[in-house]
Design a protein around this ligand. Structure first.
Ligand code: CP
Length: 360
């Protein structure tokens, strides 16, 4: 990892918990991108782990299903030598009526240093922080997705993937400045879209949102003017603009990158779309529609994918254009950076010390 030291990377890092990217400054984004890029360059297979989180316990409490987020948080924690404890709601005491807060406090009592939490209710992470404070616990909360509000690690891994695509040598917020990024599909139910809106506009990218009115209300053009409850000010002075365009062709014209989203049918209170074939014709991303972009791609999708609905199967498999695999692999580096930053903030266990013991 060259002469770069953890002290340099971490200077200015203030977050004990990571709930929403609305709280991130440009310095925070660059700290995470820089650290993730360092971790990505390390050969971490087999026994070659970084001992930075040795003796720390990371518990993953996913009250909603997950493949990517949970597994990559667990791999990230293991790469940093943490102990990892998974929780499976179906076989847990949730079935006996235990609340999410009591479940979380149970893992705190077992010594968890970090809780990665996913829940369908937006208020759970903040309630947890409040309960931990009341209990005098030092455990950090990392939001793995709360309802439709926020999915910060996904927003950051998408940002890292785009920054790395445009500048493989030095991926930073500067890389996204002035770029036109188009996000297509079910914005209304998407915590991924919301986290990307905070991250991309913070970097000075202009975001073009595209979808039918039932999945993309007009109010989204003011999204970044309304920080989440409890946040007093926006740490970013000059955000990129948000535009709403109903026609996919118009939204794609001169786009630098396209992000397509899954239809979140589990969050729809009513059937907002009766005809999936019609949806694919109007909003599905295909090779043919990409001809309107500046170049053919790149295309991102957070996963899981509904092939033939929001994206064609052929495009999913076209690795020269579609960055899904890179998003998944970058997710491990980003989650290593997040775990490292919050778990070592209090113990001042700097990366430079960790490096000396690692990569043997
Ligand atoms: N992108 C994402 O959150 O995927 P999982 O639901 O599989 O974690």
């Amino acid at each position: 990892m060259g002469s770069f030291t953890g002290e340099t990377i971490m200077s200015g890092w203030k977050h004990d918990h990571i709930i929403d990217l609305a709280t991130f400054s440009l310095e925070d984004y660059n700290t995470v991108l820089e650290l993730a890029d360092r971790f990505k360059s390390l050969p971490l297979s087999g026994t070659r782990k970084i001992p930075a989180l040795q003796g720390k316990l990371v518990a993953t409490l996913f009250f909603e299903p997950s493949t990517r987020t949970r597994s990559s948080f667990e791999l990230a924690a293991k790469n940093l030598s943490a102990d990892v404890q998974s929780f499976t709601p179906n076989t847990s005491s949730v079935n006996k009526g235990e609340t999410p807060l009591d479940t979380a406090l149970t893992y705190v009592a077992m010594g968890a240093d970090v809780l990665v939490v996913r829940h369908s209710s937006t208020s759970v992470p903040e309630q947890l922080i409040h309960s931990l404070k009341e209990a005098g616990a030092k455990t950090s909360i990392l939001n793995g997705g709360n309802g439709i509000q926020s999915h910060p690690s996904q927003g950051l891994l998408d940002l890292f993937t785009l920054a790395k695509f445009f500048n493989p040598v030095k991926p930073s917020t500067e890389t996204l400045k002035g770029k036109k990024i188009t996000i297509v599909g079910d914005i209304l139910h998407s915590r991924v879209a919301r986290s990307n809106l905070w991250a991309l506009t913070a970097c000075g990218a202009d975001v073009f949102l595209c979808g039918p009115p039932s999945l993309l209300p007009e109010e989204f053009s003011d999204f970044t003017q309304t920080p989440p409850p409890g946040q007093k000010f926006d740490p970013i002075k000059n955000r990129g603009k948000i535009h709403i365009i109903r026609s996919l062709k118009e939204a794609l014209i001169e786009s630098d990158a396209v992000m397509t989203l899954r239809l979140q049918r589990e969050r729809m209170k009513q059937n907002l779309l009766s005809d999936l074939n019609r949806y694919h014709l109007d909003y599905g991303i295909t090779h043919e529609k990409l001809k309107y972009c500046k170049k053919e791609g790149p295309v991102l999708h957070p996963g899981p994918v509904n092939r033939g609905v929001e994206i064609s199967s052929r495009l999913v498999e076209d690795r020269s254009i579609c960055l899904i695999e890179q998003q998944i692999s970058n997710g491990i580096s980003i989650r290593m950076a997040l775990l490292y930053l919050i778990a070592t903030k209090k113990s001042e266990n700097h990366l430079s010390k960790a490096e000396k013991g690692g990569n043997k």
